[in-house]
Design a protein around this ligand. Structure first.
Ligand code: FAD
Length: 258
């Protein structure tokens, strides 16, 4: 029960260490709980890896790994694969010097004040915000591609099953309204705020990182306005600009990477 040392970080920045840790946990722990991957889960894994290979703004070694995992998966014509076979691709690539998935987790912006707070779920949100913003910035063709891969991944693999159910309900209700790359970015932002609203004050909340309607007025004053009757209203144009900058690939910090 060794407590990791606290890593000082800037709480208004995105860290590559969190994104890589999320990929490590997702591919080596979460997906690994399925010894055989078939049916919907196999479709989900293929879509997820394809989206990562396209939009993850990673280091060359990580991109090489994602690209070889993607080619291998796309070539699997049968209706099932074993996790072992997939793991071999992850491991084999890890042996070659130009590809790498990190060996462990190094949480930075997603550190919690206790080991059971934040970490992987925080990493998953961060990862998908980055991917929606990246798809927008490189003008992807399908506006629903990233969200649809996220929805499938969460439904098939996300360990917190009631979280997955909540997310699936939100997706079923409105994700079809997403018709542009910008609306995909805003959809994920607004659903994440709904989750924050539901979880504010819950036992799962890290007292040092309270759930807020994000971004706060301190982070982005232009994002907020008040209607004539005094209600709070978001200025979505400003929010979109803020998200594009906050999650943009060239602002991701590389501190604490091995
Ligand atoms: P997180 O909510 O994980 O956010 C991570 C970071 O993203 C924040 O630190 C902030 O920098 C940024 N951020 C915050 N809000 C936004 C926003 N609106 N838009 C863009 N960026 C933002 N837990 C439950 O207890 N019940 C659930 O039903 C549940 N459902 C979940 C569904 C999904 C799909 C996921 C990925 C997680 C879910 N969780 C749920 C976990 C929960 O949402 C948090 O991830 C967890 O409590 C850790 O919170 P956190 O403080 O690290 O911030």
């Amino acid at each position: 029960n060794t407590k990791e040392p606290w890593r000082p970080f800037n709480s208004s920045r995105v860290y590559m260490a969190d994104l890589e840790s999320a990929l490590h946990y997702s591919l080596r722990v979460e997906v690994a709980t399925h010894s055989v991957i078939k049916g919907d889960a196999l479709i989900s894994l293929k879509k997820y890896i394809a989206v990562l290979a396209k939009y993850f703004p990673g280091r060359t070694v990580m991109m090489n790994l994602l690209s070889s995992a993607n080619s291998w998966l796309q070539n699997q014509a049968g209706d099932e694969i074993s996790y072992e076979a997939f793991q071999e691709i992850l491991d084999n690539s890890a042996q070659s010097p130009d590809t790498a998935l990190p060996e462990g987790e190094t949480w930075v912006g997603c550190q919690g004040s206790q080991p059971h707070f934040r970490r992987y779920p925080c990493g998953v949100w961060t990862l998908f915000h980055v991917l929606t913003v990246q798809a927008l910035s490189i003008r992807a063709t399908d506006p629903k591609e990233v969200l649809s891969a996220m929805r499938n991944y969460i439904r098939s693999f996300f360990g917190c099953r009631y979280c997955a159910e909540h997310f699936e309900n939100m997706a079923r209700e409105s994700v079809m309204e997403v018709n542009t790359l910008s609306s995909a970015v805003l959809w994920l932002w607004s659903r994440h705020n709904r989750v924050n609203n539901r979880l504010a004050g819950a036992l799962s909340e890290d007292p040092n990182f309270p759930k807020i309607q994000w971004p706060s007025p301190e982070m982005c004053s232009e994002c907020h306005t008040v209607t004539v009757n005094g209600d709070h209203k978001w200025k979505e144009k400003e929010v979109l600009l803020y998200l594009q900058s906050y999650f943009s690939s060239d602002r991701i910090l590389t501190d604490y990477l091995e």
